[in-house]
Design a protein around this ligand. Structure first.
Ligand SMILES: Cc1cc2nc3c(=O)[nH]c(=O)nc-3n(C[C@H](O)[C@H](O)[C@H](O)COP(=O)(O)OP(=O)(O)OC[C@H]3O[C@@H](n4cnc5c(N)ncnc54)[C@H](O)[C@@H]3O)c2cc1C
Ligand SMILES: CC(C)=CCC/C(C)=C/CC/C(C)=C/CSC[C@H](N)C(=O)O
Length: 481
């Protein structure tokens, strides 16, 4: 690559910038430190709060997750972070889920696993077993990434990364509607409408025409082996920045422009802080914030055009409303709240249903002896909806309430369509992390992308082409010591 500056003398970079201190940017800072060593200066720019889409709100002296909340037991980067940081797991407190179609509860969990299985089989045939096997197989292939990354392999694009894990099957899954894949698998339309669609609504606020790959990730997020971080998931971000010995700059990056200096290229970042503006030069830059207009990162590129004709479609608005009050169980067909057995209600795709889900939520610090509130008591609930709830909608869901806190997120990509993934390499030493969200948006996906970019930046800097985009990695790593 003639454009790429040679660092054949082996000199390490002296300054690296990361834009964004969500889980993607914080994990990038951590992995960059691991790979480039203790000498390099790592500056992390954050215009808002450390954590980004990992955030909490306080209700009645307790904190609750308002953004990214659950982590899968096989999300190994997130697990590693916890171990390194000495943070603790917070397990999901068991509770029962039901599906509501706007008029009545059409599916409910019971206390008996066998009875639930029997009911599912009775209603949907063997759809749920087929589905479980499908998700397991995808998870198993996805987990190859940890081995590849442990061996130091990197990928120059999201497509290359997915291809190495699941071949063209994975790439096709990013382009094909979930419903088509499931019907082909033999999953019944009724199961799709009554189970799959409600899961897609609660997790990604979208319908079953989202691509099959993100659909599979969403289904993994509905399994029962989930956890969160005691004290709040955002603690991982602040912990990683500290462990990486990164300099956190409370500033909005406005422009990034390449500057030729001798044989090499550096990047000038211009930024705004609370007290003024500044510029700074870096050898390597990682952009760990979505670039779509609706997300308002505000970053402009000057002096070059990044290699996307146009960015894929926009981000999807999801509103998280945290209510402290009394659930109106009558609305779900249970006039006596003492007889309401559910902690989460999911909804089907029905025109009049104005919310995606409502669930009783636990605080991020669960003390010993914690118990969920009964529906006849005042409790804390999280409602996901595409639009902010108006007064009458709140009155429909709650008999009365003490407080309402609303967070409007530009939450995840608007999935669908067959656009490709945004590039990872925007310029020789300028990388973009959040393209991976177009395959699937989750904490672990940003962490996988962070490790990949740190490895890629390291190999590119040292011109180690044999560690990038290698084929047949399963076979190769078996033969490596
Ligand atoms: C409501 C909700 C629920 C979710 N639930 C889950 C879940 O249960 N499990 C799961 O795994 N995932 C979940 N997710 C998805 C998950 O939260 C995201 O995929 C993940 O947090 C993305 O992290 P990130 O660091 O890549 O991006 P972000 O968290 O968006 O971080 C980007 C950061 O960059 C900063 N920034 C932007 N522009 C600039 C600039 N110009 N200069 C400086 N800083 C800038 C932003 O302020 C932000 O802090 C959920 C998301 C939402 C919104
Ligand atoms: C990346 C892989 C392989 C698995 C991740 C599975 C996972 C944890 C998916 C979560 C998806 C997601 C965006 C959930 C949002 S809503 C979460 C929860 N129901 C809530 O109430 O906040």
């Amino acid at each position: 690559d003639p454009e790429r500056p040679a660092h054949v003398d082996g000199s390490p970079p002296s300054k690296i910038a990361v834009v964004g201190a969500g889980i993607g940017g914080s994990a990038t800072a951590h992995f960059l430190r691991q790979h480039f060593g203790p000498e390099v200066q790592v500056d992390v720019f954050e215009k808002g709060e450390v954590g980004g889409r990992l955030a909490t709100v306080t209700v009645n002296h307790n904190d609750y997750e308002s953004g990214g909340s659950i982590i899968h037991s096989l999300n190994l980067h997130m697990q590693e972070f916890l171990k390194h940081l000495g943070l603790k797991y917070r397990r999901n407190v068991a509770g029962k889920t039901a599906v509501f179609n706007g008029e009545e509860v059409i599916l409910e969990e019971t206390d008996w696993y066998l009875l639930d299985l029997f009911r599912l089989w009775w209603r949907y045939g063997i759809s749920f077993i087929r589905l479980q096997m499908w998700v397991e197989e995808i998870m198993e292939k996805f987990m190859r990434i940890y081995k590849y990354q442990a061996h130091g392999y990197a990928f120059s694009s999201v497509e290359e990364l997915l291809d190495s894990l699941g071949g063209s099957g994975f790439i096709n899954m990013t382009r094909r509607p979930l419903s088509d894949s499931l019907l082909e698998l033999g999953v019944s339309q009724r199961f799709i409408d009554e189970v799959i669609a409600p899961v897609m609504r609660v997790n990604y606020g979208q319908n079953v025409s989202i691509p099959a790959f993100i659909g599979a990730v969403s289904l993994a997020g509905a399994q029962n082996n989930l956890w969160a971080v005691e004290g709040g998931n955002k603690l991982v971000c602040s912990g990683l920045l500290k462990m990486a010995n990164a300099n956190l700059l409370q500033a909005q990056v406005n422009t990034i422009s390449p500057v030729q200096s001798g044989d090499s290229i550096q990047y000038q970042l211009s930024y705004t802080t609370a007290t003024g503006t500044g510029t700074e030069l870096y050898d390597i830059v990682v952009l760990a914030a979505p670039l779509q207009n609706s997300v308002k990162s505000g970053v402009q590129f000057q002096g070059f055009a990044p290699p996307f004709d146009h960015l894929p479609r926009d981000y999807h608005s999801t509103v998280a409303t945290i209510v402290h009050g009394y659930l109106n169980t009558s609305f779900f067909g249970f006039p006596d709240p003492r007889l309401f057995p559910f902690t989460s209600i999911l909804t089907t795709e029905t025109p009049d249903v104005f919310f995606n889900s409502v669930a009783s939520v636990c605080p991020v610090n669960i003390s010993a002896g914690f118990r969920r509130k009964q529906p006849q008591e005042a409790g804390v609930y999280k409602v996901f909806s595409p639009q902010p709830l108006d007064k009458s909608q709140l009155k429909t869901l709650f008999r009365s309430y003490y407080s309402v806190q609303v967070t409007e997120w530009q939450a995840y990509p608007c999935y669908g369509g067959s656009q490709g993934m945004p590039a990872v390499e925007l310029h020789p030493n300028l990388y973009y992390l959040n393209g991976i969200e177009w395959a699937a948006s989750a904490m672990e996906m940003s962490s996988v992308a962070a490790k990949n970019i740190a490895l890629l930046a390291y190999h590119r800097w040292n011109r180690q082409t044999d560690m990038v985009d290698q084929r047949d990695l399963m076979h190769r790593i078996k033969t490596e010591l």
